[in-house]
Design a protein around this ligand. Structure first.
Ligand SMILES: *[C@@H]1O[C@H](CO)[C@@H](O)[C@H](O)[C@H]1NC(C)=O
Ligand SMILES: *[C@@H]1O[C@H](CO)[C@@H](O)[C@H](O)[C@H]1NC(C)=O
Ligand SMILES: *[C@@H]1O[C@H](CO)[C@@H](O)[C@H](O)[C@H]1NC(C)=O
Ligand SMILES: *[C@@H]1O[C@H](CO)[C@@H](O)[C@H](O)[C@H]1NC(C)=O
Ligand SMILES: *[C@@H]1O[C@H](CO)[C@@H](O)[C@H](O)[C@H]1NC(C)=O
Ligand SMILES: *[C@@H]1O[C@H](CO)[C@@H](O)[C@H](O)[C@H]1NC(C)=O
Ligand SMILES: *[C@@H]1O[C@H](CO)[C@@H](O)[C@H](O)[C@H]1NC(C)=O
Ligand SMILES: *[C@@H]1O[C@H](CO)[C@@H](O)[C@H](O)[C@H]1NC(C)=O
Length: 566
């Protein structure tokens, strides 16, 4: 039994490898107006997609990623089934950049299948409850880009999935849009192919139009290249009117970037008839929508599977057969770049109201070198033996005494400290040092019950002008001319201050001396990206520091009388 299976899968692998050796790379997919096109012949590309990641539910818990593109025996087992469904795109939610993806990527290429990948991972994603766009996230996102940039069958990247999910957390979208901007810039800087970067949203009635406009508006170097909506409105045998699809199509008629269902397939009626497929690829929708991605290949507890898997065995379910019938009977009209001219190429940003409060001023681009400049210059620093868990107490005390707006950010006001993207330790050092300086620089003001100590801070070569321009509180932006040199731990060794601060219309950091997070509420609940209709993978971030910042005010009140490290 074991032997038979092994030989079987080896044979399958060999066949795939053999074909891969001869297969051409798929043509890249390009965007013009609100449509996708094959770059080789200008023919329009509609997504006939399937979400492809097992264990999406516990991916949110975040210990290990079950990377669907790193398991060749699994992807080669599944590709024939994806092909039976005429699949041309899969969506993956979290990849592990330590693993090799070349075999699955090649096999998918050979099967005519593109990949659209989320850049975040459960532990490294933008948290809607205390959003940030920091060095750690920047490094995660760019590492995924590095890993996948070379494959022409990468259709695009999602810079976030359901981060803002209702009107209470629209500020988080400013941080996601900064992630879109910086990922696009990174792709440019590295001379990679122009891989599109977009966003995947939930479908919330209060915010759905404003958030789409927010991501689609503005300068080319800031706006999302495409927009996905996780859509569960059509259940059972519905129709365009009853389901809401007709209204949605009207609402998004003017969106100037490609729009699609980044997940779909309501399962309130089971088996799913998938009659929405005819609507989605029919004339009443194809002007506005570019197809969609069925949730989900794998049958799991939430009962959204097309197949159930037992080891090497794949069993197709009723949903598989029903979807197959539908997807094989579509005949959408196909545009061509040669004759297509977009009806709208730009869009105004949404006006602010009580349901939409994200600022158009975005957080600065994370810049490691600038953080090194700042950190080396601090004389009062946290002791190495203080655990990161205890930083909260120190922030709480210090930020109750001094202005910490150099390290905080606010996506509603559009005010971001120039060091808001630095690491938790660098940021703590910055405020400890600021406290120490503000108390006159006496040794007793750099103790914090033994949690901090003095050293002689140094101004690195090339750092002086940037530090001076940003100012002691850390809220001014540095000019383009203030270049600085970091110690080149990773990334570029020289950077221009403009990249972290004032370039590309991004961080219009003001010099306001108002205290940063003075009215924030303490919240430690992580963001969950599951839509209202199902539990999907992804964006839970439990980054302690993000939580810490929103808790500052509360704690500083508690700690106000005197400081004691617990
Ligand atoms: C354009 O090229 C793609 C990819 O090779 C192919 O699938 C498609 O059928 C072509 N379209 C036309 C109209 O030739
Ligand atoms: C990624 O893969 C490496 C190597 O197998 C493993 O050590 C690590 O735990 C994985 N990370 C996640 C988040 O799954
Ligand atoms: C996810 O959880 C299931 C059971 O709850 C477990 O069998 C599986 O190994 C988990 N997957 C990962 C990648 O942790
Ligand atoms: C991408 O392809 C280029 C050219 O073939 C090659 O030089 C480079 O090493 C590749 N990069 C990665 C990350 O595979
Ligand atoms: C908004 O979303 C958050 C996070 O999912 C949730 O806790 C909160 O109840 C929602 N608020 C409203 C008004 O829907
Ligand atoms: C789309 O644009 C047209 C022409 O400018 C306008 O009349 C219409 O109201 C717009 N529709 C929406 C939903 O914004
Ligand atoms: C879906 O599958 C069920 C079970 O096979 C079948 O009875 C039903 O007719 C199918 N529905 C459609 C619309 O194909
Ligand atoms: C951002 O600023 C607004 C307006 O001052 C305030 O209401 C909100 O609580 C602030 N958000 C955070 C996270 O500090």
């Amino acid at each position: 039994m074991f032997l038979k299976k092994t030989i079987g899968s080896l044979a399958a692998s060999a066949a795939l490898l053999a074909s891969s050796a001869f297969a051409d790379d798929l043509p890249a997919i390009e965007i013009v107006g609100n449509k996708f096109f094959f770059s080789n012949n200008g023919s329009q590309f509609y997504m006939r997609g399937i979400a492809y990641q097992a264990d999406t539910a516990n991916a949110t818990a975040g210990e290990t990623i079950n990377d669907p593109l790193a398991d060749f025996s699994a992807c080669s087992r599944d590709i024939p089934y994806l092909q039976q469904l005429d699949t041309n795109v899969i969506r993956v939610y979290a990849v592990n950049t330590s693993l090799d993806h070349s075999q699955c990527m090649q096999a998918l290429n050979d099967a005519g299948i593109y990949v659209i990948a989320d850049l975040s991972a459960p532990k490294t994603s933008i948290n809607r409850d205390s959003p940030s766009w920091d060095l750690e996230l920047y490094e995660r996102y760019t590492s995924v880009v590095d890993m996948f940039a070379n494959y022409t069958n990468v259709l695009g990247f999602f810079a976030g999935n359901e981060v803002t999910n209702n009107f209470t957390n629209t500020d988080a979208s400013a941080f996601v849009k900064a992630a879109v901007r910086d990922t696009k810039q990174y792709i440019k800087n590295k001379n990679y192919r122009e891989i599109p970067v977009g966003y995947s949203s939930n479908d919330d009635a209060d915010t759905r139009v404003a958030i789409a406009d927010y991501f689609a508006c503005g300068d080319d170097d800031q706006k999302a290249d495409f927009y996905g909506i996780n859509m569960y409105e059509w259940c059972g045998n519905s129709n365009l009117q009853k389901s809401g699809y007709a209204d949605r199509t009207k609402e998004f008629a003017n969106l100037s970037i490609p729009l699609f269902f980044s997940e779909y397939g309501c399962n309130e009626v089971s088996p799913r008839p998938f009659t929405e497929v005819q609507a989605l690829f029919g004339d009443q929708m194809t002007d506005v929508w570019s197809g969609g991605i069925v949730y989900l290949y794998f049958e799991e507890e939430n009962h959204y599977g097309l197949v159930s898997i037992d080891g090497d065995d794949v069993k197709t379910l009723d949903d598989f057969n029903n979807y197959s019938k539908q997807i094989h009977s579509i005949s959408p009209s196909i545009a061509n770049t040669a004759s297509y001219s977009p009806s709208s190429t730009s869009l105004s940003c949404p006006t602010s109201n009580k349901y939409w409060m994200a600022s158009e001023d975005l957080p600065p681009t994370p810049n490691k070198d600038l953080c090194l400049c700042m950190d080396d210059a601090n004389s009062c620093i946290v002791s190495d033996d203080v655990e990161e868990d205890d930083y909260q107490d120190l922030y709480g005390y210090v930020c109750g005494e001094i202005d910490c707006s150099g390290i905080t950010g606010n996506g509603t006001t559009g005010k971001y400290g120039s060091y808001s993207f630095c690491s938790p330790k660098e940021k703590l050092n910055f405020v400890l040092n600021l406290y120490y300086q503000s108390k006159g620089g006496t040794k007793s003001n750099c103790d914090f019950s033994g949690s901090a100590s003095l050293r002689s801070g140094t101004t690195r070569a090339g750092c002086a002008s940037a530090l001076k321009e940003i100012g002691s509180i850390g809220t001014n932006s540095a000019t383009d001319s203030a270049t600085y040199t970091g110690s080149a731990v990773s990334g570029s060794s020289t950077a221009s201050a403009s990249r972290s601060g004032s370039s590309s219309g991004s961080a219009k950091v003001t010099s306001s001396a108002k205290s940063g997070s003075s009215s924030s509420s303490a919240s430690s609940s992580a963001s969950s990206t599951s839509s209202s209709k199902k539990n999907s993978a992804s964006n839970v971030s439990t980054n302690l520091f993000q939580v810490v910042l929103t808790a500052i005010t509360t704690i500083s009140v508690i700690a106000g009388v005197g400081f004691a490290l617990v």
